[in-house]
Design a protein around this ligand. Sequence first.
Ligand SMILES: [Zn+2]
Length: 561
Amino acid sequence: MSRVARQVSVIAALAFTSLVHAEDVATPKPKKVLDTIMNPAYIPGEEKHASYWRTSVAATIQEKLNQKLNTNKAKNGIFFIGDGMSLATIMAARTFAGQLEREVGEDNTLSFEKFPVSGLARTYCLDAQVPDSACTATSYLTRVKTKYGTIGLDGNVTRGACSSQLHQGNLVSSIGQWALDAGLDAGLVTTTRVTHASPAGMYAHSSERNWEADSDVPQECLDLGCKDIAYQLVKEKPGNMYKVIMGGGRREFTPNITNAQFKSGGKRLDNLDLTEAWHADKMEKNATHQYVTDRNELMKVFNAEELPEYLLGLFNDDHMAYHLQARDQPTLEEMVEVAIKMLSRNPKGYFLFVEGGRIDHAHHDSLAHLALDETVEYAKAVEKAKSLTSREDTLIVVSSDHAHTMTVAGYPSRGNDILGTVDTALGSDDIPYTTISYANGKGQSVGADGKRIDVTKSQSFLTRSLDYEYPGMVPMDSETHGGGDVAVYALGPWQHLFTASYEQNVVPHLIAYAMCIGNEKDEHCKPKSGGFWSPNSSSNKASSFSFICVAVIVSYLRRLL
Ligand SMILES: [Zn+2]
């Protein structure tokens, strides 16, 4: 059935159902939860026939059989992280996106879910069962697991202990650095502050993830010579070599003064304007460069005849706004398009890190509606990257740093509003409950009278308001991360390596292997032509065989003469 025809049927079915419901009895209350009787508004007609499912599985296996092993060297690598994008978030976001299109929802597929290979990564950190974004960033960008709250340092460092962060032996380098070392270009794009934990994993070494500006760093640490994260990005390697840096966090770079130039005031107390320092550094490198602060300026750069060599985009003082509440800021998809256009000029290739960082923030505030929309936006950015590159020479990996406590629970009918209440049953307290809820967080589940809150009496819930906080069981100021494994999806050269279940720090190692960066001296990284006596390439074997044949013939002729 075509999409239009399907939409018409959905609308017709919904209209029919509401007619029936007007005179229908209330949904029967199951005696036991497994006695639930489903009450879907609509089931696509073709799905009722077994042949539909048999045909679709046959197509799936054929697709798999048609896959050829891609062992090309990956010239480019693009690594997407959806911060806090748990498996439940992926399921809910695909359903949400499908329902926005007036589809039933559950069978919708996000862009990266179409990738041919997926695996699972374990996210615990050195000292934490459930990790934060700092130790995981270190894990998935440097291939070294480390301690909670620390970035770019190994487990010998204690959180907040400055002197150990100055000891070179404790520093671990990122895949961004490995790319630069191999002559590739590198860059990063995020929707959070560019100094936030995940992007900081690309360039910083900090025993405390919160040291984003100098005003965050204790005086005794500054005296010892510890540098804040923004400073490291602009003034030190590898950050000052990155061709593209885009996200939020302007306040971490600008001085704590208010005048015409710094209207909103920055956080820095050292009087440095690091955007100026970035400009001065590029002048010194004699490189064209551009600093932009809103979507218009970015689009001007993008549409100009020639792109600058370096681009810094800081689109908000704090994190970038949620997509649904944004004004005058580029989307993640737009930033990815600009970044790929910038980086693909290097004939040797590039490594790009992209973070959809605000899925996590929405979850922390129990704002499920925003978390799902941010996930959909993230999926659009992945689709854009896929459309701008070739799977023959570009490896795209999509994953998450850690899970969250959001669950999709109860037995709602197929097509039931993913942001609504379970349609088939009430709780044993005879009060409705939401399909989405959190194990903890700000959203209250129990009222002052000690009874569970009836969400259907909340206007904010009924209108699906963006600031409606989904209920959590344990009251907390901020909903926490979850400890579940995260999915890893891969497309491109060496995609088959990403299958199965492994530690999270394996991921950058696999990407580096495919790209031949990061000290990789593997066979597939050697130039294809090779020397005459090189033993392994098939063309060389053929040459050796010809050489032996000629030698035998010459010796035979000699004997004859
Ligand atoms: Zn978080």
